[in-house]
Design a protein around this ligand. Sequence first.
Ligand SMILES: *Cc1c(COP(=O)(O)O)cnc(C)c1O
Length: 378
Amino acid sequence: MNAVPDDSSWEAFDAGTLANAATAALRAYDPGHDLPALRARFGRDIAELGSNENPLGPSPRAIEAMRNALAETFRYPDPRGLALKTALAAHHGVGLDRIALGNGSHELLILLAQCFADPQHSIVFSQFGFAVFPIATAVAGAIALRVPALSRTHATAPFGHDVAAMAHAIRADTRIVYVANPNNPTGTWFDDAALDRFAASVPRDVLLVVDEAYGEYVDAPGLSGALRLAQRHPNLIVTRTFSKAYALAGLRVGYLIAHPSVVAVVERLRESFNVNNVALAAAEAALGDAAHLAKSKAWNAAERAWLADALSSRGYRVLPSQTNFVLVDLGRDAAPFEKHLFDRGVIVRPMGGYGLGESVRISIGSREENQRLLDALP
Ligand SMILES: *Cc1c(COP(=O)(O)O)cnc(C)c1O
């Protein structure tokens, strides 16, 4: 039986014209490269330096926990994720009612806009801030206030968040401010003192969302994260993820820590089973393996310094980073550079979509991958 009519009405139908106003303004995610196709083409012999994954892989304890959880996948996961939340509450020294779990922190960043912003509200974020911030704004149909970033030649945070300008950009209709600290794709950060000043200038009826996806990698002096401010600023929301330093990107687990009333609102819209039972078990086990995390962090810091040095000595401008990637500012169209590496099986992240078409973002890979990048440079 063929339900497709053979006249032209099938072709002529366009559900795009039926999309609601917010969705009509959106575009589907552009993954940059078709990685499954590339793996097939190069017989997996590619250096994947485009997605900020931890090449050390997950904790062996997380792998063991995943194996054990597999037999339980015929059951629905715990909709409250209680075991993981209990572990997170102990880890961060906060109450259970202050944590919400997400299918990656990406989901939570979007949910926050959906829960708290309407089309008459504005949302503030930085020019080269994380790509999900403008998408979350559009999902809510809210007004985007994109604040110019610090200059390319700024001494400590080129292309970074200009938090003073962001504070000024907040209007009476502003409902959310998103910052990423450290930020992706720039790798830049602002220190505790700057965050304290910024948080103090954000009115209480504006939610300040601090995305700390790279928080576990941070070792710069004077940078200890936003959670310590939570008691003084009930409007502060911190998001974290198991995708980066915990090396569980494929499982999709993130969380937010906020005032209980924020969590209560998010829980209304959160899909009840958004984090699957394999992911819940793995994240809990990964959190319990402090040694593996410390190893990833130390290794990343050393390897990042090594790679940055090697690139600098070849004449490249490498921006400061507190993450597991570096942004390289070529000062000219980056497309030929990317293509040159691509043809040699080295995948980096193009930045044109961010308006940084003269830069590339390079994740810290294994030593073999990083060496291969260096050998492949034009
Ligand atoms: C990777 C990343 C995230 C999202 O990670 P999830 O995999 O969705 O948890 C959030 N913020 C920033 C800045 C990131 O780079």
